[in-house]
Design a protein. Structure first.
Ligand code: G3P
Length: 218
């Protein structure tokens, strides 16, 4: 499973990228707004930190505007992945960009039917928002299961399932069990994956016993 970091905070991205476990980054208009920075500058900085796909989302809602903005975004760096909303115009732009060899991430996916359309449009990634479905009492992971099942039926589909709107480690574990290709994690959730009280307790015990030996490894 590939791990992307879901933020436009370059300090967070730098810190987490040092782990060697970060395979890409996703942003969206809300994350760019939260960064308080110019989208072209912050995406360029992110692309220099992480060599993997960096999703930058168009703001236009019409095909022609999306294509104009995609042309600006893809010039930032070779690892820019153009993010498009799952709308008729967004999928039309996705189809065109796919034909031009541009990485695309189709976002705001909330149904298997939508995911089927995105695969037919040749999206590089599809982003089902599991947390927002959970938030309204639906089962986000059920959507992931449906999408993976459908995509597995068609070997010609090359779209990767990118689990988004992740709220906690269980989303990651369940997505991995289902075979989702990618998860994009808020920085705090990525850090949660490491944590277990028995690991902390066990390490403390090892260090206490080691100290008692008076030895050092040198
Ligand atoms: O990548 C999509 C993600 O940023 C949305 O997360 O928490 O706003 O549902 P959230």
């Amino acid at each position: 499973m590939k791990f992307f970091v879901d933020t436009a905070d370059t300090a967070e991205i730098k810190a987490l990228a040092a782990s060697g476990l970060v395979d890409g980054v996703t942003t969206n208009p809300s994350l760019i707004a939260k960064s308080g920075r110019n989208i072209l500058e912050v995406v360029a900085e992110i692309c220099a930190i992480v060599p993997g796909p960096v999703s930058a989302e168009v703001a236009a809602t019409e095909y022609e505007g999306m294509m104009r903005e995609a042309a600006v975004l893809r010039k930032i760096a070779s690892n820019v992945c153009v993010k498009l909303p799952l709308t008729p115009d967004g999928l039309r732009a996705c189809k065109t960009l796919n034909g031009e060899g541009v990485m695309t991430n189709v976002t705001l996916c909330f149904s298997a039917a939508q995911a089927l359309l995105a695969a037919k449009a040749g999206a590089t990634f599809i982003s089902p928002f599991v947390g927002r479905l959970d938030d309204i009492g639906q089962d986000g992971m059920e959507l992931i299961a449906d999408i993976v099942t459908i995509y597995d039926n068609y070997p010609n589909f090359e779209t990767e399932v990118l689990v988004a709107s992740v709220r906690h480690p269980i989303h990651i574990v369940e997505a991995a069990k289902l075979g989702a290709h990618v998860a994009t994690l808020p920085p705090n959730v990525l850090r949660m994956l490491y944590a277990h009280p028995l690991t902390d307790k066990g390490l403390a015990g090892f260090l206490k016993d080691w100290a008692a030996t008076g030895q050092s490894i040198a």
